[in-house]
Write a protein of this length. Structure first.
Length: 553
């Protein structure tokens, strides 16, 4: 998914090689060679991705695979997971090993050990479970604070920065092109954190849980090592008026999960052993029996397994299953993917030609052995007046342009049924005649069926009443017409954001850039500077289902 989104972004880059028409012809050629008429949209995107990866790797060289965002994210995630697991295990091992140091004078404080290695992980688990439940219920977003925000900064900022510095110091990837491609991929991953939502949230949960899991495993291993290879004495003490009977009741409550299937000698210390392991400082430990002082370690180890290790395994399993569910729910109808399907399914030519016309014969003659399939499908350039395009929506057919003949109905390239859409046209700039032209261009260029045109005043309260369920039912995307020469001022952006978060919360919103309605050609060029400004500003709003499109010249 990341690689496909990244390659689509490269295609949209004005500095990318080739024109939009050539890229459309390439995508149409992929559709035809893959047998797209009999494939689902997901399979079509997979076929496109396979071809584009090969083309990208061919252009980027042997190291290109390492710079694809999907591969880069997996590499960062894998090494971060290993690092956090190692750090957690070593931290737990060293802390527990040092905590259990016993020199024959003062036994290990059971209460303090239980608080650090059992109670604190259990409390963190409860907070984690509550946070995941609230996230699942939609009460909270991924956010940028807490442990998840910290790991997010480590994964997306600290580690990539370290990689760039290491590469710079070692001289690897010294060319400017390589540095630019790596930085571009890292920037792409950072900017897609919000767009991918759960796809990036659950891996971060897994990373945090891995650290906590291996911390508890390290502490458990350090405890078992100390118990097995040294003489460790455990005791309890308290300034409070705690009686051995009260301590035994607490131990019995904690050991309920395993008391039924673990022998009594291992389930927990008996009342006599609890009484015999109580430490009174002024009396020392000389009068305490060794078997009483050693009776606590099975209880402590089982407590770590039950309240620290198993809960973290549950969190990791939960996160893995939630991530799979998020993958299955991933919306491939988002604008950045939908327009790829439109490009692949769109016919390359708008007007059919007779097989025996001079233009068609010339096109056939030009196709030699080295001619690419996408070039074979590309038609000759034919100038069609804008007025004739508009008249195509009526029942009366316009006369054909000079030099061409109208084919029979069986030979004509039939316009496919488009995706239902609604157009929002600001008044007074747009009128019915101009929106008719837009509807025709949307049908030709994006395979959209404009069901209705709503003339809006760019007043949220007024326009929201116009966009009722009867208008938006089944229509997606909703297209807002915007003249490209007008700058994206704060008022327009605020209006679009409020509209998107309100009545269009479950819709894709397109900001369609055009020339002024009175101009003959409404198309916006690939490298139009005003269009680039709109792209940057809409991207900065952080709404993945808000897209900038343009009418092609």
């Amino acid at each position: 998914m990341m690689d496909m989104d990244y390659l689509l972004t490269l295609d949209d880059d004005p500095d990318a090689g080739g024109s939009a028409e050539l890229r459309a012809a390439r995508d149409r050629d992929i559709f035809r060679q893959a047998g797209g008429d009999h494939m689902s949209e997901t399979d079509l995107m997979a076929a496109w991705l396979s071809y584009r990866k090969m083309l990208y790797l061919d252009q980027a060289g042997p190291k290109g695979y390492q710079r694809l965002p999907g591969r880069l994210f997996n590499t960062l995630f894998s090494w971060t997971a290993r690092g956090l697991a190692l750090a957690g295990g070593l931290t737990g091992l060293i802390l527990a090993y040092g905590f259990l140091a016993y020199h024959g004078v003062r036994p290990v404080n059971v209460t303090l050990f239980f608080f650090v290695f059992v109670l604190m992980p259990a409390v963190f688990f409860l907070f984690s479970a509550a946070g995941l439940l609230s996230h699942h219920a939609g009460w909270a977003g991924t956010g940028s604070g807490g442990m998840t925000g910290l790991v997010s900064r480590v994964l997306f900022e600290l580690i990539p920065g370290m990689l760039r510095r290491i590469r710079s110091n070692t001289g690897q990837g010294a060319t400017e092109n390589r540095r630019t491609r790596m930085d571009e991929a890292l920037f792409f991953i950072r900017t897609k954190k919000q767009a991918y939502g759960d796809l990036l949230f659950w891996p971060l949960v897994i990373l945090v849980s891995l650290f906590a899991l291996f911390f508890s495993l390290g502490a458990l291993g350090g405890t078992m090592f100390r118990v097995a290879f040294s003489d460790v004495a455990f005791g309890w003490q308290s300034t409070l008026a705690a009686t051995p009977a009260a301590v035994h009741d607490l131990v019995a409550l904690v050991s309920l999960p395993w008391a039924a299937w673990i022998p009594d000698v291992l389930a927990g210390p008996t009342p006599e052993q609890i009484q015999g392991s109580r430490i009174v400082l002024k009396q020392g430990i000389a009068a305490l029996a060794t078997e009483h002082l050693a009776s606590w370690w099975p209880f402590l180890c089982l407590s770590m397994v039950c309240y620290a290790v198993i809960p973290r395994l549950v969190i990791i399993f939960w996160a893995v299953m939630a991530q799979r569910s998020a993958l299955n729910r991933f919306d491939f109808q988002q604008p950045r993917f939908r327009r790829l399907i439109v490009r692949m399914k769109s016919p390359v030519m708008d007007i059919g030609f007779e097989e025996n016309t001079p233009a068609r014969q010339t096109a056939k003659a030009s196709s030699g052995p080295g001619h690419r399939p996408c070039e074979q499908e590309k038609p000759p350039e034919v100038a069609v007046p804008e007025q004739e395009k508009v008249s195509n929506q009526t029942d009366e057919k316009p006369p054909p342009p000079s030099g061409t003949s109208v084919p029979e109905s069986s030979e004509t390239v039939a316009a496919p049924v488009g995706t239902p859409a609604v157009v929002l046209a600001p008044v007074p700039a747009w009128d019915a005649a101009a929106t008719d032209r837009i509807s025709d261009l949307l049908s030709r260029q994006f395979l959209l069926d404009v069901r209705q045109v709503i003339f809006v005043e760019q007043d949220l309260a007024t326009d929201s009443r116009l966009l009722g369920p009867d208008v938006l039912n089944g229509a997606d995307p909703v297209i807002f017409l915007q003249e490209v020469w007008q700058p994206p001022i704060r008022g327009i952006l605020h209006y679009l954001v409020q509209l998107k978060q309100g009545v269009l919360a479950d819709k894709n919103l397109w900001v369609l850039l055009t020339r002024a309605p009175e101009e003959e050609n409404l198309g916006v060029a690939d490298r139009d500077m005003d269009a680039g400004v709109w792209q940057d500003r809409i991207l900065g709003l952080g709404h993945p289902d808000m897209l900038v499109e343009r009418i092609r010249p």
